[in-house]
Design a protein around this ligand. Structure first.
Ligand code: SF4
Ligand code: SF4
Ligand code: SF4
Length: 226
């Protein structure tokens, strides 16, 4: 049987779709396009050796080890927000490529575990470091990323890809709907909002620190102390 000519779609379908950007591109589809244009196929840590093997078959190339400068293959993790420390700054929301975080300004945020791709892109923007990545176990990792004849098990990966595409479409639509004047105004406003958010975040950090110190002093206090 004649081998299918590689396309962006075929390559993209073989990628894990965590949208983590560890390959050096803005998501799985841009990396798929780059592979088609000659980029090395060993730059996806979440896919590891199994994905490299599938990509090598698609591209008719020799398989090669994962390029560790992009990261290492690990058991899948999910983000968990320590809710009592969250200051509701919303900075993690735009960072999430698959819309797995719920929350609104000044309210506690939560990660929808079932929808988190484990990309860890929400970690850096959090000003109070209250998000941590936790492994979810080998069994789930194997189920989610098991290789089938056509590539990766589509269940979770397909959901992440759809959610990522939807987010991109929404962002593009909202930008298109604004006039140049409105965009300029938004830019100005967002500078203002950023400044205000910065002050609010600083104040919240001080509150969180005070709360932590208070909790610590209560824990250290002996039972007979009042
Ligand atoms: S899973 Fe991450 S590293 Fe792999 S292709 Fe997608 S964005 Fe790139
Ligand atoms: S919650 Fe964090 S780790 Fe999970 S998908 Fe969103 S940005 Fe990635
Ligand atoms: S970035 Fe951190 S503090 Fe801000 S809303 Fe997200 S989890 Fe909460």
């Amino acid at each position: 049987m004649q081998k299918a000519i590689p396309t962006v779609e075929i390559i993209n379908n073989a990628l894990p779709q965590t949208q983590c950007q560890k390959c050096g591109f803005e998501g799985c589809k841009p990396y798929a396009q780059a592979i088609l244009n000659g980029e090395p196929l060993n730059q996806c840590p979440p896919g590891g050796d199994r994905v490299i093997k599938v990509l090598a078959e698609i591209m008719g190339q020799e398989t090669k080890p994962l390029n560790r400068s992009h990261g290492i293959f690990e058991t899948r993790k999910i983000a968990v927000i320590r809710e009592e420390e969250c200051i509701g700054c919303t900075k993690c929301l735009p960072a999430c490529p698959v819309d797995a975080i719920l929350g609104s300004a000044k309210r506690m945020h939560v990660v929808i575990t079932a929808e988190c791709s484990g990309c860890d892109l929400c970690i850096d923007p959090c000003p109070v470091d209250c998000i941590e990545m936790k492994p979810i176990g080998q069994q789930t990792e194997l189920k989610d990323f098991s290789i089938t004849e056509g590539g990766i098990n589509q269940n979770l990966s397909a959901q992440w890809a759809t959610r990522h595409d939807n987010k991109n479409v929404r962002t593009a639509r909202s930008l298109q709907s604004f006039s140049p004047q409105k965009l300029e105004q938004l830019k100005h406003n967002s500078n203002f909002s950023r400044e205000r958010a910065r002050v609010e975040i600083q104040e919240a950090i001080i509150r969180v620190r005070k709360r932590k110190e208070l909790l610590k002093s209560r824990t250290l206090r002996k039972p007979d102390e009042s």
